[in-house]
Structure formats: structure tokens, C-alpha cells
Design a protein around this ligand. Structure first.
Ligand SMILES: [Zn+2]
Length: 375
């Protein structure tokens, strides 16, 4: 019988690979490997060409490695080689995959979450997919959005060791807001905020823990919270150009010149003086502050927070959307009660205004009748 080089290579790799196995698989691997090794050697060393002898030597070293197994591996690990870490990671990945495979099939929104996060599903396709998947899971999703203020089984929480930095960041950003005023705060950039902290003792320099926390919140995968909307601002340090904005009198808010401003003026002309801008452009800083406040309010429940406020980077307020409300209606403008006002009815009757988060939207966000879609 001829010894095939690819067989030798394969067996040699098997010997090395056995080190990554555990339990009976490892024992079996040793036994099979050792027996086959003996079999090939018995074919007659002397008759083999030099090249094959070299491979068989390497192959035998593989067997030795397999037999010594963990001892060799652990020995390497003591020196801090990355291999040991990598092996742990891959074993963990495997066990995670097994867990996923053994668990119940995910619900329609969870499928969407998974597929959207790897780019396999486009936003435009979501509704079509969900229309085909009406079932108990979809009903529970809708129930969750209706009861957005309750905590739900799969909600994701901020870890407790982050609570103190959550509070200190909230307070420090709050002091920036007090210093520069609500209007300017709406369009403040991240770097500018840090500069203000360094310059004014009433604010104080942002600690590295705080900036890391802000960065972490910004770069976190919001889909894990259950928020399925797109990330619309890519960089934490992105700024809003003053020249592209317009301050809307008596509101303390800004709108982007062009589409946003025109749409607002048009609907205001058509509806009349009883409707007003309640929130316009929000920079990353503003959205971060709101999201932190919401997280505190939700006692660290990030999923609950994201059901009623887009996580930093995911707010369309950063790129053109705005909120409207009834003059004198106060905070009720940000509740479903707004949908029973004459102002809302008129808004719908206009026919040219769309709502970003309609009832039963599939973006993981509660019904927001006040939020006008522009982009
Ligand atoms: Zn809004």
C-alpha cells in the first residue's frame, strides 16, 4: 500500500488538533491517531522516499504532542502565548453555538435582529418579512411595545459596576447644559463638550471613565437592547454645522435648513399657531444625555430605555426629524395623549406628514405620534 502524503498531513494535524479536544473525544483521538501512526510505520520505513520519511517524522512528533496533550499546551500558556486564549475563545464559541442550536427557535423580531445585524436583511424588507410571520411571537412583540414602560423577560441591563459612572456622566453633562443653555446644548458636539469641561471649573474635566462610558454607549450594538432602527450617525465626534441650522423662534430648538425647516413652516402655516416645535436637532451629546437620563429612569434597563428613546447615534433628530406638540400641552405632548388632540388630527389630515414610529412599528420603538419623519 502506498502512503499518501495528504493522509500523513491529515493525521499529523489530527495529533496536534487533539490537544484542543476534551473528554472521550480526546482519548478516542489519541487511540485512533496512535494506531494509524503505527500502521503507517509498519508499511516499511526503508522503502519510503525521503520526502515521505520527513512527513512521517513530523507525523510522529504530532502523535507525541497529542499524547502529551494538555501538558504541552498549558506549558505554553504559562508564558502568556495567545494560543491558549484563542483556544478558550473558540471552545466558548462552540459551546455558545450549541446552546443556540439547542434553544427554541427565535421569534420573528429576533430573527430580524440577527439578520439585520449581519446585513442580510435591509430595512425595506423588514415589514415584508414580518407580514409573513404573524404568530404568537409577533403578538408578544407588539404587547411589549404597548407596555414599553414595563420590564420584560429578555431586557438587557447596564451592569451594576457602571452605575456610578452613569450618574457622574449624567451630572457632568447636565452642568454643561446649565452653563451654555438648552438651545446651544441641542447642537453641541462631543469634542466641544470636553473642551468646556476642561475650561470651566463649574463643569470640571470629564474623567477617562466618563469618556469611555460615553464611547461605550455610542459604539454598543443597540440591536442587543431590542432597538432595531438604523445607526444614522457614524462618529461620536461628528459635529453639526451652525450654517446648516436655523434657530426656530420661541422654541429653543434648531432645525436643519432646507427640507426640515420647510416642512415645519408648511405644516405650521396649514395647522396654525396651536402647534409648535417641541424638539428639533439633537446632537450626539444631547441624545446621549437624554439616553442616560432615560436609563437612570429605567433603573439601568437599557432595553426599556431604548423602547422610548433612540440610543446615541440612532436618533433621526441628528439628521433631520423633529417633534411637534400642542401649545400649552407640556410633557403630555410626548405621550399617546397627543394622538387625541385636534393638532394631531389636523397633522394626519394634511396628508403629507409621515410619522417615524407609527403604532405597531417593527423598529422596537413605542408609538410616537409626535415624531415627524423627514429623512
Ligand atoms: Zn422625536
Amino acid at each position: 500500500m502506498q502512503v499518501d502524503l495528504s493522509q500523513v498531513k491529515l493525521l499529523s494535524l489530527m495529533g496536534v488538533g487533539a490537544r484542543g479536544l476534551s473528554g472521550w473525544r480526546r482519548v478516542l483521538s489519541y487511540v485512533v491517531h496512535f494506531s494509524l501512526n503505527r500502521y503507517y510505520l509498519n508499511l516499511g520505513w526503508g522503502n519510503l522516499p525521503l520526502e515521505r520519511r520527513a512527513f512521517l517524522t513530523f507525523f510522529s512528533v504530532g502523535t507525541g504532542a497529542a499524547l502529551l496533550g494538555k501538558t504541552i499546551y498549558r506549558g505554553n500558556a504559562v508564558d502568556g502565548t495567545v494560543d491558549f486564549e484563542d483556544m478558550n475563545a473558540s471552545l466558548r464559541e462552540i459551546s455558545e453555538s450549541i446552546k443556540v442550536m439547542k434553544s427554541k427557535a427565535p421569534s420573528a423580531p429576533e430573527f430580524l435582529e440577527a439578520f439585520t445585524s449581519i446585513g442580510a436583511v435591509k430595512e425595506s424588507e423588514r415589514e415584508i418579512i414580518l407580514a409573513d410571520s404573524v404568530g404568537p411571537s409577533l403578538h408578544s412583540y407588539i404587547a411589549k411595545m404597548r407596555n414599553y414602560e414595563s420590564s420584560h423577560e429578555r431586557d438587557l441591563y447596564l451592569s451594576e459596576d457602571k452605575h456610578s459612572v452613569l450618574f457622574s456622566t449624567y451630572k457632568r453633562i447636565g452642568r454643561v447644559q446649565t452653563l451654555i443653555g438648552h438651545g446651544n446644548f441641542n447642537v453641541l458636539g462631543f469634542d466641544e463638550m470636553l473642551k468646556i469641561g476642561r475650561r470651566y471649573s463649574s463643569v470640571g474635566t470629564f474623567t477617562s471613565l466618563e469618556t469611555d462610558f460615553i464611547e461605550g454607549l455610542f459604539s454598543a450594538n443597540a440591536k442587543k437592547y431590542g432597538f432595531l432602527g438604523d445607526k444614522v450617525t457614524e462618529k461620536l465626534t461628528s459635529t453639526i454645522k451652525k450654517s446648516e441650522t436655523k434657530k426656530i423662534a420661541q422654541t429653543g430648538h434648531f432645525l436643519f435648513r432646507g427640507r426640515s425647516e420647510k416642512l415645519y413652516q408648511k405644516l405650521k402655516n396649514d395647522i396654525g399657531g396651536s402647534i409648535t416645535l417641541t424638539s428639533g436637532i439633537r446632537s450626539i451629546v444631547k441624545q446621549t444625555h437624554l439616553f442616560i437620563a432615560k436609563t437612570i429612569q429605567s433603573e439601568g434597563n437599557l432595553s426599556k430605555a431604548s423602547r422610548s428613546l433612540a440610543p446615541p447615534g440612532h436618533s433621526y433628530h441628528g439628521i433631520g426629524d423633529f417633534d411637534v406638540g400642542k401649545v400649552g400641552y407640556g410633557s403630555k405632548n410626548f405621550t399617546e395623549a397627543f394622538s387625541s388632540t385636534d393638532e394631531f388630527k389636523k397633522l394626519v389630515d394634511l396628508g403629507y406628514v409621515s410619522i417615524r414610529y407609527p403604532r405597531n412599528n417593527m423598529l422596537g420603538v413605542r408609538y410616537e405620534p409626535w415624531h415627524v419623519k423627514v429623512v
